[in-house]
Design a binder for this molecule. Structure first.
Ligand code: AP5
Ligand code: ZN
Length: 206
């Protein structure tokens, strides 16, 4: 079974994916995490991607498609795609290599996500995601690692990312709607109910 998480930056894709993985045996493939790992290691790909990411723009399609293909070759199946595809071009490439069973569309408006992004903190060691609204310390509860703020998590870049999402990624809702596989969840207030509903929906096969 392959799933796509679609939703603007800060919608809660990573947070919900972490919850869903506790319920279902899914291989979490986040292109954002993969790119951040390349940047951390200082690879050529990471250096190239940083320029785009810091400006809130998308990394070129072919770079992403090659990276995903390589990663999928090492996967055992049952993939949760988070942050991919992000353009129709990427969706067409994915159609050629994997059958998508469901698209989880997270709906929320710009002001909510910009506020969430500006208060997000991430563990440098294990990648756990926190928010200063409900977590006040400077270290990770799970592993004690230091928390950091992503370079692209500031108000102006977050707004730019939202605009890029509306322009280049939101058309995918219609793309997958034609296949009848889109399931939309309102995450403007809570994201905590989504993993449970998605798991129930997948188990019932509807
Ligand atoms: P990526 O890492 O994919 O970032 P994104 O899509 O912008 O999504 P985020 O990671 O910002 O948010 P999220 O939805 O996972 O939210 P989270 O759960 O953390 O991509 C980064 C960049 O890489 C892109 O801009 C692009 O340049 C490049 N890139 C990546 N993939 C690409 C591709 N396929 N093609 C081209 N370029 C690509 O939650 C956010 C915060 O809100 C957290 O603090 C969380 O604790 C909090 N929160 C969650 N739910 C709630 C709630 N209900 N109430 C209050 N707070 C909440
Ligand atoms: Zn940690």
């Amino acid at each position: 079974m392959n799933l796509i998480f679609l939703g603007p930056p800060g919608a809660g894709k990573g947070t919900i994916a972490a919850e869903l993985k506790k319920k279902l045996p899914l291989d979490h493939l986040s292109t954002g995490d993969m790119l951040r790992s390349e940047m951390k290691e200082g690879t050529e790909l990471g250096k190239m991607a940083k320029g785009y990411i810091d400006e809130g723009k998308l990394v070129p399609d072919q770079v992403i498609i090659d990276m995903v293909e390589k990663r999928l070759a090492a996967s055992s199946g049952n993939v949760l795609f988070d942050g991919f595809p992000r353009t129709v071009e990427q969706a067409k490439a994915l159609d050629k290599i994997a059958k998508i069973d469901a698209v989880i569309n997270l709906a929320v408006d710009a002001d909510v996500v910009v506020a969430r992004i500006c208060s997000r903190r991430i563990c440098r060691d294990c990648g756990a995601v926190y928010n200063t609204n409900w977590h006040s310390g400077e270290t990770c509860d799970a592993c004690g690692g230091a928390l950091y703020i992503r370079d692209d998590d500031n108000e102006s870049t977050a707004r730019k990312r939202f605009d890029v999402y509306m322009e280049q990624t939101a058309p995918l809702i219609e793309y997958y709607d034609k296949q009848g596989i889109v399931h939309t969840y309102d995450v403007s207030e809570s994201t905590s109910y989504v993993a449970e509903e998605v798991a129930a929906m997948l188990e019932s096969g509807k």
